[in-house]
Design a protein around this ligand. Structure first.
Ligand SMILES: Cc1ncc(C[n+]2csc(CCOP(=O)(O)OP(=O)(O)O)c2C)c(N)n1
Length: 562
């Protein structure tokens, strides 16, 4: 069958099961856009390529399956870079397809020519510059296989315009690219781990995003109960264990509850599962879990011993390792250790004013959201104080219930990721908690949201500042506030309405939570501007570079309610 490179690419994506692609067209990718005309694939026109990248990420994070985004050469490709780097750090399966100038122009500083291959080399799992139309037959399935296999991540396919136009004869279609199973780790390692866990007196499970990627959340919870092991989660793993679980100790690290970090000080065995000992989780590494020997399960060999040398590293898929581990473990009660975890949790609750006194305190707001949103809602966040308040106080009840930019910490993630989640999971309520700084970084995607009419509620925690920067300046730079206060902020409700979206501002003097519930109950997109106290801090906080035991739990300023 004779076809063109562009049509071939379209068919290969259709065969992959891709039904939605966010992107923005331009000269070097126009032959492919032409091929999309009349296809079953729905193109979602984003308003900025970074938005397109994060819409695709929202789809991938919500489902666990690779999603595709599309951009033209030059500025289109460079606008995608942040979303690609973000996917790399959070292990998100993303296939970014970029147009490139024709091969005869590569290296001539042609119009909108940029070395996409070179630029994306350090931020992708793999990248391709396609040299001929027939090469697509191999490249496209391979790109999906690589994005989804092992530790997931982003793959770039850069397709020169002449490759899209070229004619090609297709004799046989390749199988779609699918995740390949990781090699199982040897039984001997699992047996040793079972023995060490049984012998431990104070074991703790330290769960990371890899547990969610591998679909191993239920198994991790079963292991926690089999061992009576209190369990801490990284930001990326929130939702792996229901917050109501008696063994759940919440997020560890920089903004953990005090009791969580203190419990880790006492652990004698730490089992890390799909977590990478990120500095926000460990604090000063030399002081992290000082009494514990560490065992580490990870699908990525490079993570074992990267930060903390374990006595045992098991390389494999978390679900497979945990299943086999559970087969070798009998139930253990550890009543004293369980009681100690409860005691520490009770002794150090999150400090915040009562709801009746300050309903719009961010901790109260996040707890309220947990009550007002349906159980299967998906919450996205941007980056800043609001993100950490969500992590501390919003009850994430299921895996993939919270989508947030963890590793790169990208302001501007929340709104497009929420659009992607709503596209991928129709019928589910999606809410984005943002800050008045972050929301402006991809505000143009309100136009995309208006066009799609998706059930996305954007809640702007408005403190008229770059709050997390202001907090660090207050705590670590002696209150010298440089570039953290906005001289002017837009009227977010009016701004939303100008995009054709419902816009509201909560009135703190009335019954703002009842108003919030009423707004959330009506379907359709909306932006809710929520005035919060400008001096509120996210506490506890471990100073950057300090040991996790050195948490700041109170600040002197009268306004710092947390
Ligand atoms: C793209 C990007 N630029 C800069 C930063 C650094 N940064 C981290 S948090 C923050 C402030 C965020 O302000 P806002 O969105 O209003 O949230 P708040 O902290 O007030 O809740 C900044 C500037 C970042 N994370 N991402």
């Amino acid at each position: 069958m004779k076809t063109t490179g562009a049509k071939l690419l379209r068919t290969l994506l259709e065969r992959q099961g891709i039904h939605t692609i966010p992107g923005i067209p331009g000269g070097a990718i126009l032959p492919f856009y032409d091929a999309l005309h009349g296809s079953a694939i729905r193109h979602v026109l984003a308003r900025h390529e970074q938005g397109a990248g994060f819409i695709a990420q929202g789809m991938a994070r919500a489902t666990g399956r690779a999603a595709v985004c599309l951009a033209t050469s030059g500025p289109g490709a460079t606008n995608l870079l942040t979303a690609i780097a973000d996917a790399r750090l959070d292990s998100v399966p993303l296939v970014a397809i970029t147009g490139q100038v024709s091969q005869c122009l590569i290296g001539t500083d042609a119009f909108q020519e940029v070395d996409t291959y070179g630029l994306t080399l350090p931020i992708t799992k793999h990248n391709f510059l396609v040299r001929s139309a027939s090469e697509l037959l191999e490249t496209v399935p391979l790109a999906f296989q690589m994005a989804e296999s092992g530790r997931p991540g982003p793959v770039v396919i850069d397709v020169p315009k002449d490759v899209q136009i070229a004619e090609v004869d297709v004799r046989e279609w390749p199988e779609p690219g699918r995740a390949t199973a990781a090699a199982p780790c040897p039984d001997s390692g699992i047996e040793e781990l079972a023995l060490r866990l049984s012998a431990a007196r104070r074991p703790v499970l330290y769960i990371g995003g890899g547990v969610i990627s591998s679909g191993a959340a239920d198994l991790a919870c079963a292991l926690a109960h089999r061992l009576s092991a209190p369990t801490v989660c990284t930001l990326m793993a929130l939702g792996a264990m229901p917050p109501s679980d008696p063994l759940y100790m919440g997020m560890l690290g920089m903004h953990a509850a005090q009791g969580t970090n203190l419990l880790l000080e006492e652990a004698d065995l730490l089992l890390a599962i799909g977590s990478r000992f990120d500095d926000r989780a460990t604090g000063r590494v030399a002081d992290f879990c000082p009494k514990a020997s560490v065992a580490h399960i990870d699908i990525d060999r490079a993570e074992i011993g990267k930060i903390r040398r374990p006595f045992l590293g098991l390389i494999g898929d978390a679900a497979d390792v945990l299943r086999r581990l559970l087969d070798r473990l009998s139930a253990q009660a550890r009543p004293e250790w369980r009681a100690r975890a409860v005691e520490l949790r009770k002794a150090h609750p999150l400090r915040h004013p009562p709801r009746a006194e300050e309903p719009l305190h961010p901790v109260n707001l996040c707890r309220f959201l947990g009550e007002a949103l349906p159980d299967d809602a998906i919450l996205t966040t941007d980056v800043g104080q609001h993100q950490m308040w969500v992590a501390q106080a919003y009850p994430v009840r299921r895996p993939r219930g919270l989508l947030t930019s963890g590793g790169l910490g990208t302001m501007g993630f929340g709104l497009p990721a929420a659009i992607g989640a709503a596209l991928a999971e129709p019928g589910r309520r999606v809410a984005c908690v943002s800050g008045d700084g972050s929301i402006l970084m991809n505000i143009q995607e309100l136009a995309t949201l208006a066009e799609l009419g998706l059930p996305v509620a954007v809640l702007v925690f408005n403190n008229a500042q770059l709050g997390l920067v202001r907090q660090q300046q207050e705590l670590f730079y002696r209150g010298r506030y440089e570039a953290s206060h906005f001289g002017s902020t837009p009227d977010f409700a009016a701004l939303a309405r100008s995009f054709g979206i419902r816009g509201e501002r909560l009135d703190p003097c009335g019954d703002p939570l009842a108003d919030l519930a009423a707004i959330l109950a009506s379907p359709g997109p909306c932006v809710i501007d929520i005035p919060i106290h400008e001096g509120a801090n996210v506490l506890p906080m471990v100073p950057p570079g300090a040991a996790n035991r050195n948490m700041i739990v109170e600040t002197a300023t009268a306004s710092s309610h947390a």
